[in-house]
Ligand binder design. Structure first.
Ligand code: ATP
Ligand code: MG
Length: 272
Protein backbone atom coordinates (compact mmCIF):
# COMPACT_ATOMS: atom_id res chain seq x y z
CA UNK A 1 0.00 0.00 0.00
CA UNK A 2 1.24 3.49 -0.89
CA UNK A 3 0.26 6.46 1.24
CA UNK A 4 0.42 9.83 -0.45
CA UNK A 5 1.21 12.15 2.41
CA UNK A 6 0.42 15.82 1.71
CA UNK A 7 2.98 17.03 4.20
CA UNK A 8 5.76 15.08 2.42
CA UNK A 9 4.68 16.38 -0.99
CA UNK A 10 4.68 19.91 0.37
CA UNK A 11 8.13 19.52 1.93
CA UNK A 12 9.51 18.02 -1.30
CA UNK A 13 8.17 20.96 -3.34
CA UNK A 14 9.69 23.50 -0.94
CA UNK A 15 13.11 21.83 -1.35
CA UNK A 16 12.82 21.53 -5.14
CA UNK A 17 11.79 25.17 -5.56
CA UNK A 18 14.10 26.65 -2.88
CA UNK A 19 11.06 28.21 -1.31
CA UNK A 20 9.72 28.85 2.15
CA UNK A 21 6.20 28.64 3.53
CA UNK A 22 5.13 31.71 5.47
CA UNK A 23 5.66 31.34 9.20
CA UNK A 24 5.56 33.09 12.52
CA UNK A 25 6.96 32.21 15.92
CA UNK A 26 9.50 29.55 16.81
CA UNK A 27 11.05 27.32 14.16
CA UNK A 28 12.40 23.80 14.64
CA UNK A 29 15.34 22.47 12.63
CA UNK A 30 16.52 18.93 11.91
CA UNK A 31 19.84 17.78 10.48
CA UNK A 32 20.02 14.28 8.96
CA UNK A 33 23.58 13.13 8.31
CA UNK A 34 22.88 10.18 6.03
CA UNK A 35 25.21 7.92 4.09
CA UNK A 36 23.70 9.05 0.80
CA UNK A 37 22.09 12.41 1.58
CA UNK A 38 22.47 15.20 4.11
CA UNK A 39 19.24 17.08 4.75
CA UNK A 40 18.41 20.21 6.75
CA UNK A 41 14.67 20.49 7.48
CA UNK A 42 12.71 23.30 9.11
CA UNK A 43 9.18 23.11 10.53
CA UNK A 44 7.13 25.53 12.63
CA UNK A 45 5.86 24.91 16.17
CA UNK A 46 2.87 23.00 14.74
CA UNK A 47 5.17 20.80 12.63
CA UNK A 48 4.18 22.38 9.32
CA UNK A 49 7.05 22.20 6.83
CA UNK A 50 8.65 25.61 6.28
CA UNK A 51 11.79 24.98 4.18
CA UNK A 52 14.59 22.52 3.56
CA UNK A 53 17.72 21.74 1.60
CA UNK A 54 19.53 18.55 0.70
CA UNK A 55 23.00 17.58 -0.55
CA UNK A 56 24.46 14.24 -1.68
CA UNK A 57 26.82 12.90 0.96
CA UNK A 58 30.08 10.97 0.82
CA UNK A 59 31.16 12.03 4.29
CA UNK A 60 29.18 9.57 6.39
CA UNK A 61 29.38 5.80 6.07
CA UNK A 62 26.70 3.76 7.77
CA UNK A 63 26.15 6.26 10.56
CA UNK A 64 29.85 6.94 11.06
CA UNK A 65 31.36 10.27 10.08
CA UNK A 66 34.41 9.51 7.91
CA UNK A 67 35.18 13.05 6.72
CA UNK A 68 34.68 15.58 9.49
CA UNK A 69 35.70 18.71 7.63
CA UNK A 70 33.63 17.73 4.60
CA UNK A 71 30.58 16.95 6.75
CA UNK A 72 30.82 20.24 8.66
CA UNK A 73 31.13 22.23 5.44
CA UNK A 74 28.09 20.58 3.88
CA UNK A 75 25.96 21.24 6.97
CA UNK A 76 27.24 24.84 7.13
CA UNK A 77 26.32 25.40 3.48
CA UNK A 78 22.88 23.84 3.86
CA UNK A 79 22.27 25.95 7.00
CA UNK A 80 23.24 29.13 5.13
CA UNK A 81 21.07 28.17 2.17
CA UNK A 82 17.97 27.56 4.29
CA UNK A 83 18.61 30.72 6.35
CA UNK A 84 18.67 32.72 3.15
CA UNK A 85 15.44 31.13 1.94
CA UNK A 86 13.57 31.87 5.18
CA UNK A 87 15.34 35.14 6.07
CA UNK A 88 16.08 34.12 9.63
CA UNK A 89 19.09 32.66 11.45
CA UNK A 90 18.70 29.09 12.71
CA UNK A 91 20.24 28.60 16.15
CA UNK A 92 19.16 25.22 17.48
CA UNK A 93 18.73 21.83 15.83
CA UNK A 94 17.91 18.21 16.45
CA UNK A 95 19.89 15.47 14.80
CA UNK A 96 19.48 11.71 14.56
CA UNK A 97 21.40 8.50 14.92
CA UNK A 98 20.75 5.11 13.34
CA UNK A 99 19.46 2.47 15.76
CA UNK A 100 22.13 0.53 17.61
CA UNK A 101 24.97 3.02 17.13
CA UNK A 102 27.67 3.16 19.81
CA UNK A 103 27.82 6.22 22.03
CA UNK A 104 31.14 7.55 20.69
CA UNK A 105 29.63 7.89 17.26
CA UNK A 106 26.60 9.71 18.65
CA UNK A 107 28.99 12.38 19.90
CA UNK A 108 30.70 12.54 16.48
CA UNK A 109 27.41 13.21 14.75
CA UNK A 110 26.31 15.95 17.15
CA UNK A 111 29.84 17.45 17.04
CA UNK A 112 29.50 17.93 13.28
CA UNK A 113 26.15 19.67 13.69
CA UNK A 114 27.54 21.87 16.50
CA UNK A 115 30.66 22.73 14.47
CA UNK A 116 28.39 23.86 11.64
CA UNK A 117 26.94 26.48 14.00
CA UNK A 118 23.90 24.87 15.61
CA UNK A 119 23.24 24.23 19.27
CA UNK A 120 22.12 20.58 19.28
CA UNK A 121 19.19 20.33 21.69
CA UNK A 122 18.03 16.80 20.93
CA UNK A 123 19.45 13.61 19.42
CA UNK A 124 16.72 11.17 18.40
CA UNK A 125 16.95 7.76 16.88
CA UNK A 126 15.95 7.68 13.22
CA UNK A 127 12.91 5.40 13.52
CA UNK A 128 11.45 7.58 16.26
CA UNK A 129 11.84 10.53 13.92
CA UNK A 130 10.15 8.67 11.06
CA UNK A 131 7.31 7.47 13.31
CA UNK A 132 6.50 11.10 14.18
CA UNK A 133 5.85 11.96 10.52
CA UNK A 134 3.83 8.87 9.74
CA UNK A 135 2.00 9.39 13.01
CA UNK A 136 2.03 5.85 14.34
CA UNK A 137 2.29 4.42 17.85
CA UNK A 138 2.49 0.74 16.95
CA UNK A 139 4.17 -1.26 14.20
CA UNK A 140 7.60 -1.69 12.68
CA UNK A 141 9.49 1.10 10.91
CA UNK A 142 12.07 -0.08 8.39
CA UNK A 143 14.39 2.67 7.09
CA UNK A 144 16.18 1.42 3.97
CA UNK A 145 18.87 4.04 3.39
CA UNK A 146 22.04 4.03 1.35
CA UNK A 147 24.35 1.98 3.54
CA UNK A 148 22.14 0.58 6.24
CA UNK A 149 18.67 -0.66 6.99
CA UNK A 150 17.29 0.29 10.39
CA UNK A 151 14.55 -1.81 11.91
CA UNK A 152 12.52 -0.67 14.89
CA UNK A 153 9.43 -1.87 16.60
CA UNK A 154 7.09 0.56 18.33
CA UNK A 155 4.50 -0.23 20.93
CA UNK A 156 2.25 2.42 22.52
CA UNK A 157 4.51 5.12 21.07
CA UNK A 158 7.69 3.68 22.58
CA UNK A 159 10.53 2.05 20.62
CA UNK A 160 10.81 -1.42 22.18
CA UNK A 161 13.36 -2.93 19.78
CA UNK A 162 15.92 -1.66 17.28
CA UNK A 163 18.47 -3.20 14.96
CA UNK A 164 20.65 -1.96 12.15
CA UNK A 165 21.86 -4.11 9.27
CA UNK A 166 24.54 -3.33 6.68
CA UNK A 167 22.29 -3.53 3.66
CA UNK A 168 20.67 -0.77 1.63
CA UNK A 169 20.59 1.04 -1.69
CA UNK A 170 24.34 0.70 -2.16
CA UNK A 171 23.95 -3.07 -2.45
CA UNK A 172 21.32 -2.66 -5.12
CA UNK A 173 23.72 -0.42 -7.05
CA UNK A 174 26.52 -3.01 -6.80
CA UNK A 175 24.23 -5.74 -8.11
CA UNK A 176 23.21 -3.58 -11.08
CA UNK A 177 26.83 -2.64 -11.84
CA UNK A 178 27.77 -6.32 -11.86
CA UNK A 179 24.81 -7.37 -13.95
CA UNK A 180 25.26 -4.76 -16.68
CA UNK A 181 29.07 -4.52 -16.46
CA UNK A 182 28.87 -0.75 -15.86
CA UNK A 183 30.50 1.57 -13.32
CA UNK A 184 29.00 2.12 -9.89
CA UNK A 185 28.24 5.72 -10.81
CA UNK A 186 26.35 4.63 -13.93
CA UNK A 187 24.52 1.93 -12.01
CA UNK A 188 23.46 4.47 -9.36
CA UNK A 189 21.98 6.76 -12.03
CA UNK A 190 20.24 3.86 -13.76
CA UNK A 191 18.79 2.70 -10.45
CA UNK A 192 17.29 6.09 -9.62
CA UNK A 193 15.66 6.61 -13.03
CA UNK A 194 11.93 6.00 -12.48
CA UNK A 195 11.50 5.18 -16.19
CA UNK A 196 13.81 2.17 -15.74
CA UNK A 197 12.01 0.86 -12.63
CA UNK A 198 10.27 -2.00 -14.48
CA UNK A 199 13.49 -3.14 -16.21
CA UNK A 200 15.78 -3.13 -13.23
CA UNK A 201 13.50 -4.27 -10.42
CA UNK A 202 13.73 -7.97 -11.41
CA UNK A 203 17.54 -7.68 -11.16
CA UNK A 204 17.57 -6.17 -7.70
CA UNK A 205 14.56 -8.12 -6.43
CA UNK A 206 16.74 -10.77 -4.72
CA UNK A 207 18.37 -7.97 -2.69
CA UNK A 208 14.93 -6.79 -1.58
CA UNK A 209 13.91 -10.36 -0.76
CA UNK A 210 17.06 -10.73 1.33
CA UNK A 211 16.28 -7.47 3.15
CA UNK A 212 12.78 -8.75 3.81
CA UNK A 213 14.08 -12.04 5.21
CA UNK A 214 16.38 -10.12 7.57
CA UNK A 215 13.48 -7.95 8.73
CA UNK A 216 11.27 -11.02 9.15
CA UNK A 217 13.84 -12.63 11.42
CA UNK A 218 13.96 -9.57 13.67
CA UNK A 219 10.17 -9.29 13.88
CA UNK A 220 9.83 -12.89 14.94
CA UNK A 221 8.24 -13.02 18.39
CA UNK A 222 6.83 -9.50 18.27
CA UNK A 223 3.21 -8.68 17.67
CA UNK A 224 3.53 -6.46 14.58
CA UNK A 225 0.53 -5.95 12.31
CA UNK A 226 1.99 -3.27 10.00
CA UNK A 227 5.40 -2.51 8.56
CA UNK A 228 6.16 1.05 7.41
CA UNK A 229 9.03 1.29 4.93
CA UNK A 230 10.88 4.59 4.50
CA UNK A 231 14.30 5.61 3.14
CA UNK A 232 15.43 6.22 -0.44
CA UNK A 233 15.99 2.58 -1.36
CA UNK A 234 12.30 1.81 -0.81
CA UNK A 235 11.44 4.04 -3.80
CA UNK A 236 10.81 1.14 -6.21
CA UNK A 237 7.18 0.65 -7.12
CA UNK A 238 7.06 -3.00 -6.11
CA UNK A 239 9.31 -2.72 -3.04
CA UNK A 240 6.51 -2.95 -0.46
CA UNK A 241 4.77 -5.78 -2.34
CA UNK A 242 7.93 -7.90 -2.12
CA UNK A 243 8.17 -7.19 1.61
CA UNK A 244 4.53 -8.04 2.16
CA UNK A 245 4.85 -11.29 0.25
CA UNK A 246 8.08 -12.40 1.94
CA UNK A 247 7.14 -11.41 5.48
CA UNK A 248 3.38 -11.89 5.40
CA UNK A 249 2.70 -8.56 7.16
CA UNK A 250 0.94 -5.58 5.54
CA UNK A 251 3.65 -3.19 4.32
CA UNK A 252 3.01 0.51 3.82
CA UNK A 253 5.20 2.85 1.83
CA UNK A 254 5.14 6.63 1.39
CA UNK A 255 5.58 9.07 -1.43
CA UNK A 256 8.89 10.90 -0.92
CA UNK A 257 10.46 8.07 1.13
CA UNK A 258 13.78 9.98 1.27
CA UNK A 259 12.22 12.80 3.27
CA UNK A 260 10.32 10.98 6.03
CA UNK A 261 13.18 10.65 8.53
CA UNK A 262 14.68 14.12 7.82
CA UNK A 263 11.29 15.84 8.34
CA UNK A 264 10.71 13.85 11.53
CA UNK A 265 14.05 14.97 12.95
CA UNK A 266 12.93 18.62 12.69
CA UNK A 267 9.61 17.72 14.36
CA UNK A 268 11.66 16.36 17.27
CA UNK A 269 13.62 19.57 17.77
CA UNK A 270 12.45 20.14 21.33
CA UNK A 271 14.57 20.45 24.43
CA UNK A 272 14.46 17.03 26.09
N1 ATP B 1 14.28 6.89 -7.02
C1 ATP B 1 15.07 6.03 -6.40
N2 ATP B 1 14.99 4.72 -6.70
C2 ATP B 1 15.78 3.83 -6.08
N3 ATP B 1 16.69 4.14 -5.12
C3 ATP B 1 16.80 5.43 -4.79
C4 ATP B 1 15.99 6.45 -5.39
N4 ATP B 1 16.33 7.64 -4.84
C5 ATP B 1 17.29 7.37 -3.94
N5 ATP B 1 17.57 6.06 -3.90
C6 ATP B 1 18.58 5.39 -3.08
O1 ATP B 1 18.29 5.63 -1.72
C7 ATP B 1 19.48 5.63 -0.95
C8 ATP B 1 19.52 6.89 -0.11
O2 ATP B 1 18.44 6.89 0.76
P1 ATP B 1 18.44 7.81 2.08
O3 ATP B 1 18.65 9.24 1.70
O4 ATP B 1 17.23 7.45 2.83
O5 ATP B 1 19.75 7.26 2.76
P2 ATP B 1 20.66 7.91 3.88
O6 ATP B 1 19.78 8.39 4.99
O7 ATP B 1 21.54 8.94 3.28
O8 ATP B 1 21.54 6.66 4.29
P3 ATP B 1 21.63 5.87 5.68
O9 ATP B 1 20.28 6.00 6.32
O10 ATP B 1 21.97 4.48 5.28
O11 ATP B 1 22.72 6.56 6.41
C9 ATP B 1 20.64 5.59 -1.96
O12 ATP B 1 21.16 4.28 -2.04
C10 ATP B 1 19.97 5.98 -3.27
O13 ATP B 1 20.60 5.39 -4.38
MG1 MG C 1 18.87 7.66 6.61
Amino acid sequence: MLINSDILTEFSNLIAENKSNSFEGELKTGVDLGTANIVVSVVDANNNPIAGATYPSTVVKDGIVVDFVGAINIVKNLKAKVEEIIGRELLTAATAIPPGIISGNVKCISNVVEAAGFEVINVVDEPTAAARVIDIKDGAVVDVGGGTTGISILKDGQVIFTADEATGGTHMTLVLAGYYGISIREAEELKKDPKKDKDIFPIIKPVVQKMASIVKRYLNGYDVSEIYVVGGASSFEEFNDVFEKEIGIKTIKFNEPLLVTPLGIAMNCNRG
